[in-house]
Design a protein around this ligand. Structure first.
Ligand code: GTP
Length: 329
């Protein structure tokens, strides 16, 4: 290949399966979560094993490359058009760039011509359990770096271990019974959403639901029927709220919905829709019992709520007040 004369570079093309890829990435609930030792240990290890100054576990979001773990670089994210890993996710194979200055895709890239002055890049794509490529485990050097078949195999092995952590993460944030996000996933998402609301001065409300006399369903109809009731209620919540709302089962018969940027009117309309849907569900022929619930609504106030835990506690208190007042929805 001839040496590029200009200082051009090629932004990574968008993969054909981009919509499914992004949906898979969102479902991992990992973007914008704090650093975690389980990922950092791989980047630390890779840095030592390969003797490179920079190692990262990157995830390619719609518009940006975000770093779940990074060693040797202060950047938390960078625009997708500049991303080397955006190129790496186009195939299942390792992307090896021995000399970025001589590669037309990268020669004029500001990360090559300026800080951190990338010369050598090796990125092994990271796949989610469904095979979609989320980002990469990548090595960067600012000078030529020898990289042989053994190195390739080692990087592939490390990437497989990172993929395993991603798979565990997915399982760890899912409520198996209902398919909703579980408490862990909810807390991570709520932290992220509330942080955005605080920055952008958007509103957020948290709805805390608890089924009424749920124990009675278990006692009278058996645990399997109790499970059925939880699955039904989860489906009713999912149908009622917007895609962008976070709907979760916190545990037992407790559920939560986090609405962002919704006016009270919108929130109340959604609660009415839910009441209507639950009533229709209960009115179905052959229903052995009625699903009933209490709900508490708390509005996010950055001055009063340090974070998701405080907001959740307030919504929980309000829910109990409703439950004890006997004002069932
Ligand atoms: N079937 C089933 N039951 C569960 C599950 N998780 C928790 N439970 C049961 O859910 C019940 C929850 O208890 P409570 O919330 O105190 O019961 P409740 O009858 O709804 O009480 P009130 O909220 O005061 O009306 C307990 O009996 C738990 O054993 C589950 O995954 N499946």
């Amino acid at each position: 290949m001839s040496r590029p004369t200009g200082r051009d570079f090629t932004p990574p093309p968008i993969p054909d399966d981009e919509a499914e890829r992004l949906a898979t990435l969102q479902a991992l609930r990992i973007l914008d979560t704090p650093p975690e030792e389980r990922f950092d240990r791989f980047t630390r290890l890779a840095k030592r094993l390969f003797g490179v100054p920079i190692v990262a576990i990157t995830l390619i979001d719609a518009e940006r490359q975000w770093h779940k773990s990074v060693q040797g670089l202060e950047l938390a994210e960078l625009p997708r058009p500049l991303s080397f890993c955006g190129h790496a996710i186009l195939s299942d194979q390792l992307l090896l760039v021995p000399n970025a200055h001589e590669d037309a895709r990268f020669a004029g890239n500001p990360l090559v011509t300026g800080e951190p002055f990338i010369h050598f890049y090796a990125g092994q794509p990271l796949r989610a359990p469904n095979g979609k490529r989320m980002g990469s485990l990548c090595l960067i050097d600012t000078q030529p770096h020898p990289f042989d078949a053994d190195d390739e195999a080692l990087l592939r092995d490390l990437a497989l271990m990172v993929e395993h952590e991603l798979a565990i993460l997915q399982i760890a944030t899912l409520d198996e019974l209902t398919g909703l996000t579980n408490r862990r996933g909810f807390e991570a998402l709520a932290r992220h959403s509330l942080g955005m609301c605080r920055r952008l001065q958007r509103s957020a409300s948290l709805l805390f639901f608890d089924l009424d006399r749920f124990k009675q369903i278990n006692d009278e109809f058996g645990h399997a029927e109790g499970d059925r009731a939880l699955i039904d209620f989860a489906a009713l919540l999912r149908r009622t709220f917007r895609e962008s709302d976070v709907v979760a089962r916190l545990g037992g018969d407790e559920f939560a919905v986090l609405l962002t940027n919704a006016a009270h009117l919108e929130r109340d309309a959604a609660l009415d829709r839910l009441a209507f849907a639950v009533a229709a569900h209960n009115a179905q022929p052959g229903q052995l019992y009625a699903l009933q619930y209490s709900v508490g609504c708390a509005d996010f106030d950055a001055a009063r709520h340090a974070g998701a835990a405080e907001l959740l506690a307030e919504a929980d208190r309000l829910m109990y007040r409703q439950k004890h007042a006997g004002r069932k929805a």
